[in-house]
Design a protein around this ligand. Structure first.
Ligand code: URP
Ligand code: ZN
Ligand code: ZN
Ligand code: ZN
Length: 462
């Protein structure tokens, strides 16, 4: 027959259009898009469903060491299973370089953990924590040639944070190697100043996590990061933007003609700092912290106006009932010891669809761009990923736009023991996830196991 699989009767949605069509798949790639296709070994009926490019979550943390005695709740098996159930076909986790470690050693460690364990495709960003001349002059350029074409820098966190000088040097390596730099923008000295004051005053509850990382901490660092990128003349992605003032720094930079990209996340649309004042508030500790209602409105405006190119989960799962997680023994003494991060890889698409598309804030095209296509474009995966087009990987999701669900821990497949979105009601849910032509999840069940592989990327700036 002509096709291995035909997807028939669905409504295809891309970042540009919505149209009714059949999709013919051959050897894991899209071979035809037409009114009506015949001769498929297998035919999958998509009548009444939207057929979308699979979600690409370009900001997830999997099996990343996170401080003394702290262990992430997901390995590559559980994280990518959860991602698949949430309508994702590619995730981009971080490969964290320890101080003194080469990037290659870090990569071989993460590849060892991922090999044969992944249910969807995976492509690593690097985290540069030790920007030695060897790392910047030899390793980064060589790895960019090999398809590792993006990396994250931190302005906060002991053991990760870079000085301004180091950021300038690292941005220069990005420029030379054609890799896309990303940055976590928070002023670490300001945070430490505020934390020490809070702790001396006995203010150690989780809510002080938010008050010691106020908006100016993020706004200032965002401005500084943009200035450093401007000095080097290189694009930069500002990840997990939480509020209007940081967003305005991005808008102003773009006004000057700079290539500054923005990312926001579900927690900044639906959580606030008040979620750090409830019982078990440690569950919602993440950085930057969720802000207030006005910041949620601002982040929606940023989404609607295209300030945010990508909407990612920042999935960073820890178990609550676990001394290796949110219940870390020292966390009783101060919020400073509560591991930062919340799970969300499975709930990202439903939250944006329900709150965004269903509530009339964004179009279906925006939804696809924000959850898939723009991630592929930004990080060198396009048009292999993030597209429904001839030759693209058949990474597809069937979406039931009317399915009503209440988000709950029992529903989800991550390794965390809670979801920050417990009880949150959504309309719209993924009902089938296909990676390179193979059905991974269908009607709430895992159909195929471990079909994911590592994706080599093009140079975004090359
Ligand atoms: O709190 C967060 N976001 N933890 C994950 C690490 C990071 O900074 O992205
Ligand atoms: Zn590998
Ligand atoms: Zn970060
Ligand atoms: Zn993160």
């Amino acid at each position: 027959s002509s096709y291995d699989t035909i997807i028939s009767g669905g409504t295809v949605v891309t970042a540009a259009d919505t149209f009714k069509a059949d999709i013919g798949i051959r050897n894991g790639r899209i071979a035809a898009i037409a009114d009506k296709l015949e001769n498929g070994t297998e035919v999958i009926d998509a009548t009444g469903k939207l057929v979308l490019p699979g979600g690409i979550d370009s900001h997830v943390h999997i099996a990343q060491p996170s401080g003394e005695g702290v262990v992430m709740a997901d390995d590559f098996d559980s994280a990518t299973r959860s991602a698949a159930f949430g309508g994702n076909t590619t995730v981009m986790p971080f490969c964290f370089q320890e101080k003194g470690q080469s990037l290659r050693d870090a990569l071989s460690w993460y590849h060892g953990l991922a090999e044969g364990q992944c249910h969807i495709d995976v492509s690593f960003h690097l985290i540069v924590s030790d920007p030695t001349p060897q790392v910047l002059g030899q390793e980064l350029p060589a790895l960019a040639e090999e398809g590792y074409t993006s990396f994250k820098m931190f302005m906060t966190y002991e053991g990760l944070k870079l000085t301004d000088r180091e950021i300038l040097e690292t941005l220069t390596a990005a420029k030379i190697s054609g890799a896309m730099p990303m940055i976590h923008a928070e002023n670490d000295d300001a945070i430490e100043f505020l934390r020490e004051k809070a702790e001396l005053a006995g203010e150690t509850a989780p809510k002080y996590h938010a008050s010691t990382r106020p908006i100016p901490v993020e706004r200032e660092a965002t401005h500084r990061a943009i200035s450093l990128a401007e000095i080097v003349d290189v694009p930069l992605v500002i990840v997990h933007v939480s509020n209007r003032e940081a967003m305005e720094e991005i808008q102003r930079a773009r006004g000057r003609g700079l290539k500054i990209y923005g990312e926001t996340c579900p927690q900044y649309l639906v959580l606030t700092a008040e979620d750090l004042e409830i019982p078990q508030a440690a569950k919602n500790v993440c950085s930057p912290p969720p802000r207030d209602k006005a910041s949620q409105v601002a982040c929606w405006e940023g989404i609607e106006q295209g300030v945010f190119d990508v909407f990612s989960s920042d999935h960073c799962p820890f178990r609550y009932e676990d001394t290796a997680g949110k219940m870390h023994p020292k966390g009783e003494k101060s919020f400073r010891w509560i591991p930062n991060g919340i799970p969300g890889v499975e709930t990202r698409l439903p939250i944006l669809f329900s709150e965004g598309v269903k509530k009339g804030r964004i179009s279906l095209q925006d939804f696809v761009a924000l959850t898939s296509t723009n991630h592929a474009k930004l990080y060198g995966l396009y048009p292999k990923k993030g597209a429904i087009a001839i030759g693209a990987d058949a990474d597809l999701v069937f979406w039931d736009p009317d399915k009503q669900m209440t988000i709950s821990q029992e529903l989800l497949h991550h390794g965390a023991d809670y979801t920050p979105y417990e009880g949150f009601e959504v309309t719209g849910w993924p009902v089938l996830t296909m990676v390179r032509g193979k059905v991974i999840v269908q009607d709430g069940a895992l159909v195929t196991s471990s079909e994911g592989s590592h994706v080599v990327r093009d140079k975004p700036l090359g």
